[in-house]
Every structure is written in C-alpha cells, then in structure tokens.
Design a protein. Structure first.
Lengths: 313, 340, 292
C-alpha cells in the first residue's frame, strides 16, 4: 500500500510538470504582447516595459524557464504585479473560506445524493424514482449563480433567516461561520448532488440485479441492511470515483459561488486577478488548484482498496 | 392426491406464477402442486426454462420485484400460508425455516463482505444471538461443511475461495439456522464433476445430521438418482409426472420423461463391446414459448405419441400406477407397451 | 430510462404516425429534449423579427415589472429583458454547438492518433493529463486573460479543457476495437491504416462520440454563462445570458426578473441538451448507459 502511494505520488510529478510547462508557455506563446495586454489599454510604453521586466519576459525563453521552475520548486510562485506581495502569501490568506466552502458543499451533496440515489434505485421505475431523478436533473441544469440568487432572495431577503452574503471565518465562532456557509453550500451542492445521485442510482441498480443480493434477500435480512450494507458497499467504487470528479468540478463551481455570495476565497482572488490581468496570481492559482485535483484523484484511488477487498495494491 | 401419510411439511397447491414482460405475460409456472415430507428429498427436474427455478423462488417469494409474481395458488409451510404472509413475517421465514442455495457459487456471495459475516448475519437475524455468538456459529458451520482452518478463514473474502469452497460456504449459510426446508437450485451445475460429487455427498450427510427436507432442483437426472426419494418432472411450467425415484427410472410414463432418459449419456458396456455405441437421442423440437396460451398438452408438438386430442385438450394428472402421477392421455397405452 | 411497456400492447403497425408515436413512447427524453432545442433554436433565429433592439437604453423605463409592454420587464438601463434574453439564446446556442463540434472533431483526430500510434500516445496523453488536472473554468479564464475578449476566444477557451475527455473516450474505443479479432485480422491481412480507420474504427466511435458531444454542449453552455457572469466571458455589450445575469446582479433585490428569466432559459436549454444526451445514450450506447 505504501509502495503504491509512493508510486502514485511520483506519477503526479510528470502531470504537475506538464501543468507547469503549460502555464509557463501559455504566457509566452499567447498571441500579441502579453505585457501590453496585462498592462491594459491606457498603459504607457514605460508601464509595459516595467511589466515585461517583472515577468522576466525580456530574457531568453530557456533562461526564463529554468529560473521560473527553480523558484517554483522552492515554493515561490512569484510576485503579484499589482500588490507587489508574494503570490503564495495572497493564496494562503484566501485559502480558508475556499476549503470550508468545498468541504461543506461536499457534505451537503453527499448527504443528499446517496439516500436519493439509493431510494431511486430501490423504487426503480416508480413515481418516487422519477421524482428523485427529476429533481436531480433539474439540480444539474440550474446554474449555481441562479440557484444562489433564488436562495438568497427566499431565505435571506424575504425570510431573513440567514445572512445575505459574506463569510465569517471559523475563528469568529462556529455558529456565524456555519450560517455563512449554509446557502452557498446548498446552491453549489445541488449541482453535485445531481451528479452523485445519478451515479448512485445507476450503480445501485446494477448491483441490485446481482446474485448476491438475491442471496441476501434469501436470508430474510432487513431491507435496510440489504440496501445499505450488501448493495451500497458494492456500489461504492463508482460513487467514490464520481465524488472525486465532483470535487474537481466543485473547484470550478467555487469560483462562481464565491462571487455570488461575496466570499473572499481563492475564487474571488482568481476573478479579481483576471480582471486586473495579474497573471502571476492566475498562474499560481492554476498550479495550486491542479495540485489539489491531483491529490484528490490519488485519495480516491487509494480509497478503492478500503471499499473493495479484491483490489490490492 | 389423498395419501395416508402424516401432514406434509410443505404443500404447494395449484401454483401459478406469471412474468410481466415486454413480450407479454409469461406463464412461467402454470398450476403446479406438490408436497414435501419432513426429512424428505424431492427432486424437481426439467429443461432450463421449464419453471422449476421459478417454482423454487416463489416458495420464498423471491421473484424479481415488479416483474414476476404469484398470481394464484397456495404455498403452505406446516399449514401456514406463505403467499399471503406479511413482508416482515416472510422475511423472518427466509433463511430460517426455509433457506436456499443457488446455482452460481462464484457470484452468489457478496464480494465485499467476509464469509464469516455472511454466515453470522443470518444467525444473528434469526436466532436472537449477539455478534460474537453468531461468529462462533459461523466458524462451527464452516467446520461442518469441511472447510479446513475454519477459525482463520471466517475472516476471508469470497474471492479467496474456490468455486466448490464457495458453494460449501453457501451451504453453511443456508443451514446455519437449522432450516426445515432447504431449496437447492442447481447447486452443482456450475462445478467441476469431482467437486459436484463432494458437494452432493456433503448435502446428503448434513441432511441426515440435521433432518432437513430438501427440494433439489436440477436438469441432471444423475443428481436426482443420487439424492432424491421422489421426483417431479416439469415441462413448460406444468408438472407432467411425479413418482418415487426408483419407479420413475424404471418406468417413466410421460413421453417427455422418457425423452429425458434417452438424452442422458450412459455407459452401455454390453453395447460398447459389440461395437454399437448408441447415439445420444435428443428430444426433437423446442420448448414452447410461454407468453401465449398453450392449447392442449404442452409437449404435444414434440411428442411421437401425440394425437388430435393431445393437441386440443390439456391432460389432467392420472395415477395409472399407485404413487405414480402422470399428465398424459396416452400414458396407459405407453405403460402397457413397456419401454426399452 | 425508458419505461417498461407492459404486456398487452398491440404490435405497432408500420405507419409513419404510428412509428412516431412508438418512437416517442420508447424515447420520451429524446423527443422532449429535441423539441425544446428546436423551440429555442427557432427563438434564436427569429430574434430580429420578434423582439426590439436588445441594446436600446431607455432611462425613463428603468426597472419596469414584467407586463404587457415589457414581457420580461426592463433592467437598470431600461433595456428590454425579453429582447436581451431572446438574443442571448443565440450566444448560448452558438457557443454550445461550436464547442461541441470543435471538441468532437479535434478529440476524434487526436484520439485516433493516440489509439493507433504508441509514440504519439505517450506524449499526448501526458499533455491531456496535464490539461485535465487544471479545473476547466480556470483554464478558460487563464486563456482569456491573455487575449482580448471576444466570442471566438471564449469558444476556444472552452474547447481546450473539453478536448481531453473526448480524446480519452475515442482512445478507449479504439484500443478496445483493436483487440477485436476482426480488426486484428484486417491488420494482419494488410489493410491500410487510413482505410481501417475510416471503415471500421470511426463508425464505431460515432455513437459514444455523439452522446459525449451533447454533454460537452451542455457543459459549454454552462461554462460560457459562468464566464460571462464572472465578467471574463463574451464582452459585456453582447447580450448573453451570463452577461444579463451579471449586470442584473447589483439590482437583484429590486429587479429579480433580470436574473431569474435568463436563468430559467439557461436551465431549460441545459436540461433539454442533457435530456437529448441521456436519450441518445440509452438508445445508441447501452454499454455507456449502464456505466453512467
């Protein structure tokens, strides 16, 4: 197992390297003069020169790359063009809300989706199934920014139960922290809930037609035990895979959700950086998010061994 | 069917099971009756698709939900009607009074749970004991079905066992609560011949030990000959013949049963020596589709003795020889002719 | 998710209408999704004839409620939300269809090459892994950061992150086909690779490719709306659903319709494309249907 994890960690190196090379050259081979684009329309040629110097664009490409990767390996993601702060510092500051939102969204999505999927599979082709899956499809089709505003309108503006927008760090107490996450998690969670519920249903349907389920039924076990132990444990591998994919998609969703709910996380940082064309920050965020995604995939693969005794690494 | 015997343990009367499919209603079981005495082994034999497995499944009411169901008839265990039993009562019956083993040992065990747990959960469910006692019982059952090193192997997963071993585990599960009836649906079909014999021997041995009645469902007359005391022959969802095992093998009355006997490979030493090894005889024709009403005797299209009456009117069961039931218009004639 | 037709159905007689009815009953999702898409496409095409100018500002008509004069109300500049929403249909359709087409064609080509040439496979799949590791919206944002905004660049930025998924799909189909005896026989028999590809491989990839293309289309429509909502998508003067919602954001509490109505249209379109995809999947690719 440890050997497997080590091997998988090593396998992430080329992926991250590709991402690094990609991000590096993206800036260099982009059509037009990136420095001019970054500087914006009203920039003087002096501004453009400054930016070019800051990004190291005035030196030969190979030298730039060696220099850039060497600093990257030391954990240095460069300096923001506008704030002159290290990108790592900026990212670290905005990390907490994003992690909190991702985890709470995932909890909401999984807690809703798995019972929904199991129910739909158990009651397959009945009204219950259609209602559950209809809800799931709808949840997938309604974009998070629309769902977000509807939720704000109902629960914050009309009913006044929850804060309209904003984020309270966990350091300010758990209750305000949790309250600030309820609506964003639900808005974002419904999308992933749909994804997970669908795969849960499909996977459960396949498992429920297996011989060992008939065996379990022939033992007269309680319906709950047949569904939640015998069937769900067998259906788990595809479900966990999709939850993993879900986390990756979640990262895209988080960027939008943070804007809807005014949460000062990495998503906001990304959008602000893009609007100011602060490329070092965008570059750093891509690397961080890609690394997170690779780690999630690794976790998912390792979890298979715990779910299915036939899988050994 | 009046007989001077004690009240039967299990009584199936006029059972009808239908499957509701895209191609119409399939009459998988079409009026089957039989009874099972305590400690008896009843063989049910027939081609695949003749309704023998469906009969077995409907005793436990395990027909695929929403697809097949019992539409008529009764199943009584010790006089208690099972077809109308509530869901909860039915569940506490399954695996306890009546348990079942299936054809496919490779897929009938849950791959992600230890075999110990799969035995113990049955014990825990029905015998009102705790997890620990149930696990002890699981070890005991594994020993009983002759799995070596049982203490250690309870914690293994099914993929760590061979096919024969898995079928032993299935038997251990089925017998863990001392059921009165064990339904074995083709228990040896998927196994190697040498393993088949071991499993059958084991079942017979345990049956003696625990006094369990067995319904042995198979298409293999060899298995029937070795295990059953009484045999029921099914064709196209109906019972066509029923007789004690020796009687059936000596004097099969239904043309279909005779066909089955002839289609069975046999070692005829005498014929072999004379250099005339008989070809296996197949039964001509196909099993009729069950999604349309069958007029007359279902076997008539494939039967050499069939008359116009056979094709228009379904034969009822008669008892030309005491204890030997057959559904054939021509049975007496055939019986009179004797057979090869 | 076709419902099981119960027994007793009469055999369908092969009249055109009867066949249509049977098809609808067996594939309700394809029919509903297809009809919705046709309706939306009709609206998009008819936009110049059935709406007024979506860009015309009218400060005296700000924040009008939906009603007789303005069916979907007006926004903070007095622009007609109905006109803007109908015109927005065009942007979403163009983005969805062109991304689906481009991603499928490029993905098919790269996937075929990867499936057939080991040397290409190693390098290209590493690059694909790299692209897949970057969250798609971020990649699109990064691409857009570096260029001047416009509809074509938005399409390109959405296509690139979608390609790896198509490549993987095509490659897996090719690899599994290559192991088939009849393909091995054709290779052994000296069939030229291009002929082999066109005759045996490409036709087999089409069904899963079409299904995948519908999902790519749905996701592209959502991504475009998301990018525009964030202000990094199509230029703000183009009335796309994402832009309408983004511009209505600050006045959400006064004029919720300018967010809700384009939002509902967006949801309907995504729903329609997904239904079409699910229906096609069940019909064309039962293997995939079981996996999803």
């Amino acid at each position: 197992m440890i050997a497997y994890i080590t091997r998988r960690l090593l396998a992430t190196v080329p992926v991250m390297l590709t991402v690094g090379v990609f991000v590096f050259f993206l800036l260099r081979i982009a059509p037009g003069d990136p420095a001019a684009i970054i500087a914006g329309d009203n920039a003087t040629s002096q501004d453009i020169e400054n930016i070019r110097g800051k990004l190291g664009l005035d030196r030969p490409m190979i030298e730039q790359f060696v220099h850039w990767s060497w600093r990257l390996l030391q954990g240095d993601l460069g300096i923001s063009i506008f704030s002159n702060l290290p990108v790592t510092t900026l990212i670290a500051q905005r990390m907490e809300p994003t992690i909190a939102l991702t985890i709470s969204t995932l909890m909401v999505a999984v807690a809703l989706a798995i019972p929904m999927g199991v129910l739909a599979a158990w009651k397959a082709r009945t009204l219950v199934d259609r209602l559950v899956m209809g809800f799931a499809v709808l949840g997938f089709a309604v974009p998070v920014f629309v769902a977000g505003y509807v939720l704000i309108y109902i629960f914050s503006v009309q009913l006044g139960w929850l804060p309209v927008q904003g984020y309270r760090p966990i350091g300010e107490g758990f209750w305000p922290f949790a309250q600030s996450l309820v609506l964003p998690s639900i808005a974002l969670g419904t999308t992933y809930c749909a994804l997970i519920a669908r795969i849960t249903r499909a996977s459960m349907l396949e498992v429920l037609s297996q011989d060992y389920i008939r065996t379990a039924e022939s033992k007269g076990l309680a319906q709950r035990r047949v569904l939640l132990l015998h069937a769900l444990k067998n259906a788990a591998v595809p479900i966990v895979t999709v939850i993993g994919i879900g986390i990756a998609l979640l990262i895209s969703g988080v960027v939008i959700t943070e804007t809807v709910f005014n949460i000062p996380g990495l998503g906001r940082l990304t959008v602000d950086a893009v609007l100011k064309r602060d490329y070092p920050i965008v570059q750093g965020l891509i690397l961080v998010f890609a690394f997170a995604k690779v780690l999630v995939n690794l976790t998912v693969d390792v979890s298979y061994a715990f779910l299915d005794p036939r899988i050994r690494y | 069917m009046q007989r001077n015997q004690p009240a039967p343990l299990l009584e199936v009367d006029n059972l009808h099971c239908h499957f509701f499919t895209l191609d119409g209603v399939v009459r998988a079981v079409d009026g089957v009756s039989f009874s099972l005495q305590r400690g008896e082994t009843l063989g049910i034999v027939g081609e695949s698709g003749c309704g023998k497995s469906v009969t077995a499944m409907s005793i436990l009411r395990l027909l695929p939900k929403g697809l097949g169901r019992i539409v008529d008839g009764s199943v009584k265990l010790e006089g208690r009607e099972l077809t109308t039993l509530g869901d909860a009562d039915m569940r506490s019956m399954r695996g306890h009074q009546v348990s079942m083993i299936f054809q496919e040992p490779m897929t009938s065990l849950n791959p992600v749970l230890t075999v110990g747990l799969q035995i113990a959960e049955n014990v825990e469910r029905h015998l009102n004991v705790g997890r620990k006692a149930a696990m002890e019982r699981a070890v005991e059952m594994l020993r009983l079905v002759k799995i070596p090193d049982a203490e250690r192997r309870v914690n293994d997963y099914p993929h760590q066992f061979s096919g024969g071993m898995r079928q032993r585990v299935m038997i251990a599960i089925a017998l863990s609560c001392n059921p009165q009836v064990l339904i074995a649906d083709e228990p040896t079909t998927a196994l190697d011949v040498t393993i088949q014999a071991q499993i059958l021997d084991l079942m017979l041995e345990l049956k003696q030990k625990l006094n369990t009645a067995i319904i042995m469902i198979t298409h293999d007359l060899g298995v029937i000959a070795e295990t059953a005391q009484r045999v029921l022959v099914m064709y196209a969802g109906r019972k066509v013949e029923e007789a004690p095992v020796v009687e059936l093998f000596q004097r099969p009355l239904h043309p279909y049963t005779q066909g089955l006997m002839r289609a069975r490979p046999r070692l005829d030493v005498e014929a072999e020596e004379q250099g005339r090894r008989p070809r296996l005889q197949e039964i001509q024709g196909m099993v009729p589709a069950l999604n349309r009403p069958i007029l007359g005797c279902a076997f008539a299209p494939r039967c050499g003795y069939a008359t116009d009456r056979c094709r228009s009117e379904a034969p009822g069961l008669t008892e030309p020889v005491p204890g030997h039931l057959v559904a054939c218009w021509e049975a007496t004639k055939i019986a009179g002719m004797g057979h090869a | 998710m076709a419902s099981i037709t119960l027994a007793g159905d009469a055999e369908p007689r092969p009249g055109a209408l009867a066949r249509l009815v049977t098809f609808t009953r067996r594939n309700p999702t394809i029919v509903i999704g297809g009809l919705l898409m046709l309706a939306l496409a009709g609206l998009a095409l008819a936009a110049p004839y059935i709406t007024s100018d979506p860009l015309k500002m009218n400060p005296r008509m700000r924040f009008r409620l939906p009603g007789e004069q303005f069916w979907f109300g007006t926004d903070q500049f007095g622009r007609d939300v109905y006109a803007r929403t109908i015109w927005g249909t065009r942007v979403s359709l163009v983005v969805g269809l062109s991304v689906a087409a481009l991603a499928s064609v490029l993905g098919l080509i790269v996937g075929l090459l990867c499936g057939f040439y080991k040397a290409v496979d190693g390098v290209v799949m590493r690059v694909m892994d790299g692209i897949m590791a970057i969250p798609s919206i971020l990649l699109a944002i990064a691409l857009i950061t570096l260029t001047r905004p416009g509809l074509p660049i938005v399409i390109v930025a959405i296509v690139i992150p979608e390609i790896p998924r198509v490549v993987r799909l095509v490659r897996s189909v090719v690899l599994s086909l290559r192991a088939q005896p009849y393909i091995e026989a054709a290779i052994a028999g000296g069939t030229k690779t291009p002929k082999l590809l066109l005759r045996h491989i490409v036709p087999n990839t089409l069904a899963p490719l079409i299904v995948q293309a519908t999902y790519v289309c749905a996701s592209a429509i959502l991504t475009e709306a998301g990018l525009s909502f964030l202000g990094v998508g199509v230029p703000p003067e183009i009335p796309s659903w994402g832009n309408i919602i983004a511009q209505g954001r600050s006045f959400f509490q006064i004029a919720p319709w300018s967010i809700l109505i384009p939002g509902i249209f967006l949801a309907i379109m995504v729903l329609a494309v997904n239904m079409l995809g699910d229906g096609l999947r069940d019909r064309l690719d039962p293997r995939l249907a079981r996996r999803m």
